[in-house]
Design a binder for this molecule. Structure first.
Ligand code: SF4
Length: 452
């Protein structure tokens, strides 16, 4: 029987990337030819879209991606099956069914092996479609190592140590989409990380909705993020470990000490703070104060002088008066964080925040976001200026053909969300190499240099 050809399209966050690599690994093991969707869709027997649904903008992106696939397919004689998986069907099924009656399957947050079975049955036309497969409780557990199959040639990867969330931020629907916090057993994670390193991965980005809660649900206080990181760092090989999605109130002295002393762990921490005004933080259901935030950042900088702190902020949350916005702005100036992302508040139906008074008109929220982005560009530029003349270890990511120009990242730039280091090299390099680069020039989001 001719090998089935499955195309995968990944939208949304790095957790979807991990799911797509699990799926590709399992389908490949079953003899399926699996790749990222590229070019005409006519060559596929089926296409799987890993959708995203956590905010309005992400849903719009998912809908337009599905629409584009459906339109392409409609003009073909040989019509691949379309399967929409992931976060959006889990909570927005009826909207999707109304918009896309011709989609063959809608599958929510389910066990990855179940997803494989559904995809195979649909691709082999063994079941009549359309079908929907949604679990009321999105309780997915990864309890044994799965041979991941990266769909893109890269030298960094994501290690998802848990999924779901037990925090109850008033603006967020992720707990509704992904369910309760579930840690992946340590032996599964170590085996997965060993697999990644053996495949030449030079940077492991540790992710979850909140990595600092790792292990509590399965090991209690016996074994947590610190213990896991120590085991990861013991894996032989030359690779970086980067920590993303840390919850501000859960960064312990032990964790800070480990980051300071373990050379494999990047002096980099992503701590989504969401806002810096206490009234707004309270309305967001985020239990920490400005004083506590300042203290945390000071403590990190004292223990790890070259640390890069990344954070994200929501602008235009209900009740964000001009005065509270100015406080956010002034405190952002005071913190001088290295890397910052800004999101416009997304008014999600069914959330507590959706029922709050004092909605901020979009025009004003957008004006505020632009003001903060300008401020942050200035802060980033002044931080980068201080690096001019220094030497940075850089992971080579790309080469501009027929030039001596390369792109890479140091321990201070996370993949896909931070900027790059652009540098020249007289000797030929390949992606995945680690080299030392002298920083000659800097601007807000890029650094420029030459190899030494
Ligand atoms: S920590 Fe808050 S914002 Fe993050 S996923 Fe959980 S509920 Fe959502």
């Amino acid at each position: 029987m001719k090998k089935k050809k499955i195309g995968i399209q990944v939208l949304g966050c790095d957790k979807n990337t991990v799911d797509s690599e699990y799926l590709a690994g399992l389908l490949h093991k079953k003899g399926v030819n699996v790749s990222l969707v590229e070019g005409s869709v006519e060559k596929y027997d089926a296409i799987v879209v890993f959708s995203c649904g956590f905010i309005n903008e992400a849903r719009r992106e998912s809908i337009s991606a599905i629409q584009s696939l459906v339109s392409q397919r409609d003009s073909l004689t040989r019509r691949p099956r379309i399967i929409v998986a992931g976060c959006m069907p889990q909570v927005f099924l009826s909207e999707l069914q109304r918009k896309f009656p011709d989609v063959d399957a809608f599958v929510g947050i389910v066990d990855i092996n179940t997803l494989v079975r559904i995809i195979q049955a649909v691709a082999q036309e063994k079941i009549s479609t359309p079908i929907t497969y949604i679990h009321s409780a999105p309780e997915v557990r990864i309890d044994r190592p799965i041979k991941r199959r990266p769909l893109q040639r890269r030298h960094y990867s994501f290690l998802r140590i848990a999924d779901g969330c037990d925090h109850r931020c008033t603006f967020c629907i992720i707990p509704k989409i992904k369910g309760h916090y579930r840690s992946v057993p340590r032996e599964v994670l170590i085996a997965e990380a060993e697999q990644l390193v053996s495949k030449g991965i030079k940077e492991i980005n540790v992710i979850a909705q909140d990595i600092t809660r790792y292990g509590e649900d399965i090991y209690g206080s016996e074994y947590g993020l610190v213990e896991l990181l120590k085991q990861l760092a013991n894996i032989p090989g030359e690779f970086w470990i980067r920590l993303l999605y840390c919850y501000p109130t859960r960064i312990t002295g032990e964790l800070i000490k480990l980051i300071a002393n373990e050379p494999k762990i990047c002096p980099y921490l992503d701590i989504p703070l969401q806002h810096l005004d206490e009234d707004i933080l309270r309305a967001m259901g985020r239990p920490y104060s400005w004083e506590r935030t300042k203290k945390l950042i000071r403590r990190l900088r004292r223990a790890i002088p070259d640390i890069t702190v990344r954070s994200t902020f929501i602008v235009g949350f209900p009740g964000e008066t001009e005065e509270r916005f100015q406080r956010l702005k002034q405190r952002l100036q005071e913190l001088t964080l290295g890397r910052v992302g800004f999101f416009l508040y997304s008014d999600e139906k069914g959330t507590k925040a959706n029922a709050l008074p004092g909605k901020v008109p979009r025009r004003i929220a957008r004006r505020r976001l632009n003001e903060l982005a300008r401020l942050q560009a200035g802060i980033a530029r002044s931080i980068h200026q201080r690096w001019v003349g220094s030497i940075k270890e850089v992971l080579v990511e790309a080469h501009f053909p027929r030039t001596k120009l390369y792109l890479g990242r140091s321990q201070s730039e996370a993949p896909e969300i931070d900027g790059f280091i652009c540098f020249t090299s007289s000797r030929r390099l390949k992606p995945g190499d680690k080299v030392n680069v002298h920083i000659d020039r800097a601007d807000a989001y890029e650094l420029f240099g030459h190899i030494v």
